[in-house]
Design a protein. Structure first.
Length: 199
């Protein structure tokens, strides 16, 4: 079955499904990985900087560990659940591996957002009592980042949407992956902060 003909982002309605997968995997290995690698380097720099000035290094390390753990778990679950909304994402080890890699990239961005706000607010624990204003900024930042990421990957051909994906009017971007980064970061930070003092 030719899944590529169901996407408005496909170059030709007669592209072979196997060829489309090969293009996606090539992009995944090359240009699609540049931004996560740069983000990972930036995260390491921010982590060391924030750790150096933390009033409790052990707690900061634990919060980072919890953010990574909850992010990998929740983002992987979200990626798996939204598979039917993307092209060529049929059940199997290739799709599962793709979701694992996507959840790792998601976690890198979740950490980058947390560290970025910690630096901005000069407070490693800014999510303890964030208030409505900070939560609104967090949601908008996550949503804007997700829109830019989706546009980039769609243009690269890393993935495409099936006809089941609800779209954001005027942006040609899927709603579900944008909601992922509007909702999950706040939940992840809340869980990490809540569990930071528990044994």
């Amino acid at each position: 079955m030719d899944f590529s003909r169901h996407s408005s982002f496909s170059g030709s309605p007669y592209l072979d499904c196997k060829a489309d997968k090969e293009v996606n995997m090539e992009n995944l290995k090359a240009t699609a990985l540049i931004v996560p690698v740069i983000a990972l380097i930036l995260i390491i720099i921010l982590y060391l900087q924030l750790l150096k000035h933390s009033n409790s290094r052990s707690v900061f390390k634990r919060v980072t560990y919890l953010i990574i753990s909850f992010s990998l778990l929740l983002n992987f679950a979200w990626e798996m659940l939204q598979m039917p909304l993307f092209l060529n994402m049929l059940p199997g080890w290739q799709s599962t591996l793709f979701c694992i890699l996507a959840s790792v990239a998601d976690t890198i961005m979740v950490l980058l957002i947390y560290y970025g706000f910690a630096l901005l607010y000069n407070n490693n624990w800014w999510m303890i009592r964030p208030g409505p204003y900070r939560l609104m900024i967090l949601v908008l930042t996550g949503g804007a980042g997700a829109v830019l990421a989706e546009l980039r990957h769609i243009n690269l051909g890393t993935w495409g949407y099936s006809t089941h994906m609800p779209m954001i009017p005027g942006l040609k971007v899927g709603l579900v992956p944008v909601l992922q980064f509007m909702l999950l970061p706040g939940v992840i930070y809340f869980l990490a902060i809540s569990f930071k003092n528990k044994n």
